[in-house]
Design a protein. Structure first.
Ligand code: ZN
Length: 149
């Protein structure tokens, strides 16, 4: 039931991942509890020179601006790559209910690879996690970006 929806959402995240051609292609989308798209973003670190301008942080900020609340209860964050510590922390602070991600990030991942920030029992909010959605497509996008041409 959920998988086709998550794949559809991941395709949307993939479609915004390369919005800034200089940036590492990662895309993030926030969906409301009723499935409405609230915000979408790609990485903008190179574009803006902002070290915190990861796709997830930008999408969370835009979703909060749109709803008028920092609390994103009931929302789902969909992202093409396993979030880093900053983004995992941000989505916990935003009270996002579900995280759906594509490719694993063994070097910096904070949703099971290096750390598991979103399921740390010491925190009072732990989102549901769905990993590996369209993993092959999400990983290929990154591999092509880093491939020397
Ligand atoms: Zn991040």
């Amino acid at each position: 039931m959920l998988r086709p929806l998550h794949e559809q959402w991941m395709r949307r995240a993939l479609s915004v991942a390369s919005a800034s051609p200089e940036d590492v292609p990662v895309g993030a989308v926030v969906y409301a509890a009723d499935g409405t798209e609230l915000a979408a973003a790609g990485n903008e670190r190179e574009l803006t020179g902002d070290p915190t301008a990861h796709a997830e942080v930008i999408a969370l900020r835009r979703a909060a601006a749109r709803t008028g609340s920092w609390r994103l209860d009931g929302c789902t964050l969909v992202v093409t790559l396993e979030p880093c510590t900053m983004c995992a922390g941000a989505l916990v602070l935003a009270r996002v209910s579900r995280l759906v991600f594509g490719a694993w990030e063994p070097k910096t991942g904070a949703v099971g690879s290096l750390w598991d920030v979103v399921r740390d029992r010491r925190l009072n909010h732990r989102p549901e996690v769905y990993a590996g959605i369209l993993e092959t497509e999400c990983a290929a996008l990154l591999r092509d970006f880093f491939r020397p041409s």
